[in-house]
Design a protein around this ligand. Structure first.
Ligand SMILES: NC(=O)c1ccc[n+]([C@@H]2O[C@H](COP(=O)([O-])OP(=O)(O)OC[C@H]3O[C@@H](n4cnc5c(N)ncnc54)[C@H](O)[C@@H]3O)[C@@H](O)[C@H]2O)c1
Length: 263
């Protein structure tokens, strides 16, 4: 589980442990990892290992895969979940903003599948990959370009994987949540110093707006339950907010309406 020290990742780890699975928690937040391991250790009899891992760094993800294979031999469930929320108007964003958000949200998932998937396929035993995208993988709204680009990418990657893995014992699902009550609005806490930029003038105002919707979101444990149901049933799409999914048809209708202009 990447991004396992908080929010959805922590809830996935808790659910996995409750189901009797040994878990490897990976995250950049070392104090958060220590707390998560202590909490899981108290409530479950499974083996819980934590690894400090920045998913945007391929070497660290490769080391995570090696540690996991040495310790447990094989991986039944890989959750590429770590992510950060980053926004701003395209005309005002710097390369560092793009690098940070795409590095974690998109490259993090790419590194995860590159380092883990070959062995999962090779083993020939049932296994499953869950990539965390977002409803932002369907909607590109103002002020959210890096996040939306990263999540469209995760949806595309997952759809390609589904086609490639058809007929193998390795399943894939893409998790596309709406609002979930986590610490995503505080993502700046994890931005590395070398990718830090001067905060744009309306950054705090934006964060407070996002905090309100996030706080009214679903509990992470409810999302984890949907993920485990989907893995068990080998369902590709995992949605949490039906009204947001229904709203995606507006984009498709707009695309189809554009065909009228070609006539
Ligand atoms: N909360 C929502 O409303 C929501 C909606 C849609 C999608 N998501 C996605 O869910 C996933 C989990 O986010 P969350 O909402 O639980 O937020 P969160 O901030 O509570 O948890 C994210 C975790 O990722 C970790 N992380 C950040 N950068 C990392 C890095 N470089 N390497 C490894 N770990 C790193 C953080 O330390 C944190 O523990 C993200 O991919 C996010 O985009 C969240």
């Amino acid at each position: 589980m990447t991004g396992a020290a908080s929010g959805i990742g922590l809830a996935l780890a808790q659910r996995a442990a409750a189901d009797g699975m040994d878990v490897v928690l990976a995250d950049v937040d070392e104090p958060g990892l220590a707390e998560a391991v202590a909490a899981l250790g108290q409530t479950s009899a499974v083996e819980v290992v934590s690894v400090r891992c920045d998913v945007s760094d391929p070497d660290q993800v490769e080391a995570l895969a090696s540690t996991t294979h040495e310790r447990f031999g094989s991986v039944e469930l890989l959750c590429n979940n770590a992510g950060v929320g980053g926004g701003g108007a395209v005309a005002e964003l710097s390369r560092k903003d793009w690098e940070w958000v795409l590095g974690v949200n998109l490259w993090g998932v790419i590194h995860g599948v590159t380092s883990f998937l070959p062995k999962m396929v090779e083993s020939g035993t049932p296994a499953h990959v869950v990539n965390t995208a977002s409803m932002a993988g369907f909607f590109a709204t103002a002020g959210m370009a890096p996040y939306a680009v990263s999540k469209f990418g995760v949806v595309a990657l997952s759809e390609s994987m589904r086609a490639e893995l058809a007929g193998t014992p390795v399943g894939v699902s893409v998790l596309c949540p709406g609002w979930v009550s986590t610490r995503i609005h505080e993502s700046e806490r994890n931005r590395p110093a070398e990718l830090t930029v001067e905060r744009p003038p309306r950054a705090d105002e934006m964060r407070d707006m996002i905090r309100q919707v996030i706080e009214s979101g679903l509990p992470p444990a409810a999302v984890a339950d949907k993920v485990f149901d989907a893995v068990q049933a080998d369902r590709f799409w995992i949605f949490t907010h039906p009204e947001m999914v229904r709203a995606t048809t507006a984009r498709q209708e707009e695309v189809l309406a554009a065909l009228d202009d070609l006539r």
